[in-house]
Design a protein around this ligand. Structure first.
Ligand code: NAP
Length: 283
């Protein structure tokens, strides 16, 4: 089994670590524009060898795990280079642009659009961890556009990594993900900004910050190079989700300014049901 990962960072790296555990005989090839990431990935045992586009014709799986803007220009070149039995998937956080970018490619049927809902705030091969995808959802878009035999090959792999499969059209994916992922990141980045601007002395932040602050601001450690193109590609939905979020923040501010503490209590109580919703998701 030959697995090529293009973009040897958190997601691609974590995926091939699990593939190697499940298939010790597999050869994992890494392709990356970042030479130091390639060297690090070899040292850490994330990949076996550095690969090239010329090798892709022999690949069983090609995982494309690069920033979403890069994926748009890279994917047609990947599809040009693969063999008849190669299945290519990319793991980007937006789905409309990539599905449009490959729509008319003669090898569209060798491609499957995915978004594994798993991750951390860290990047690069040193962020790759085993079992990242265990119990997580993998959203698959336009599955009917992939050859059945190759679909099955990819789905078997995703299930073997412990992922639940969920099918969605690219439009629904980009709409829903704006709320549960993209908005959470903006909210965390801007919370971090608000506190940093106010607390110029960073020591004060460390002394007073509790676990609540730390967990809420965790996503603000994420890579701007990865997130800027995601916001750009999903701008319309992200702006819409931000408008709704800002209106909720404004309402809260007004209730507080007007001493309407009953309404504030009720607001928070009605959102407490998030506990049951999240517990239900874990089951
Ligand atoms: P990452 O850790 O930064 O890894 C991406 C790798 O791709 C880096 O080594 C990067 O090098 C390299 N790269 C950039 N341009 C390239 C090119 N033209 N050719 C080859 N390699 C290139 O990022 P990640 O967190 O794994 O994210 C990868 C993809 O997964 C993104 O599309 C993201 O939307 C998606 N995703 C992320 C998460 C998450 O939580 N992080 C979750 C689900 C899906 P440089 O660092 O030098 O740019």
């Amino acid at each position: 089994m030959k697995v090529h990962v293009i973009g040897i960072g958190l997601i691609g790296g974590s995926m091939v670590l699990d593939i190697k555990s499940l298939h010790p005989d597999a050869t994992i090839y890494g392709i990356d524009t970042n030479e130091s990431h390639l060297a690090e990935a070899i040292t850490l045992g994330v990949i076996d060898k550095v690969g090239t586009f010329d090798d892709l014709a022999e690949a069983d799986f090609v995982i494309v795990s690069v920033p979403v803007d890069v994926a748009l220009t890279l994917m047609p070149k990947v599809l040009d280079a693969i063999g008849d039995n190669t299945i290519v998937f990319e793991v980007g956080s937006t789905k409309i642009p990539i599905c449009e970018a490959v729509a008319n490619h003669q090898r569209r049927r060798n491609f499957i659009a995915t978004h594994p809902i798993a991750g951390t705030e860290f990047s690069g091969p040193s962020a790759a961890i085993k079992n990242l995808f265990q119990g997580k959802t993998n959203i698959i878009c336009e599955v009917e556009k992939t050859t059945f035999k190759l679909q099955e090959k990819a789905l078997d792999l995703f299930r073997s990594l412990g992922m639940r499969i969920r099918y969605m059209d690219p439009k629904s994916h980009d709409k829903h993900i704006a709320y549960v992922s993209h908005l959470s990141h903006i909210s965390s980045f801007m919370l971090g900004k608000t506190v940093i601007n106010k607390e110029k002395d960073e020591q004060d932040i460390f002394d007073m910050a509790g676990s609540g602050f730390e967990s809420t601001v965790r996503l603000a450690k994420s890579s701007p190079a990865m997130w800027t193109p995601i916001f750009k590609q999903n701008k319309k939905q992200v702006v819409k989700s931000l408008e709704e979020y800002i209106s909720n923040l404004t309402l809260f501010k007004e209730l507080l300014a007007n001493d309407d503490f009953d309404a504030i209590f009720n607001e928070m109580q009605s959102v407490n049901k998030i506990k049951e919703i999240l517990n239900g998701m874990k089951k």
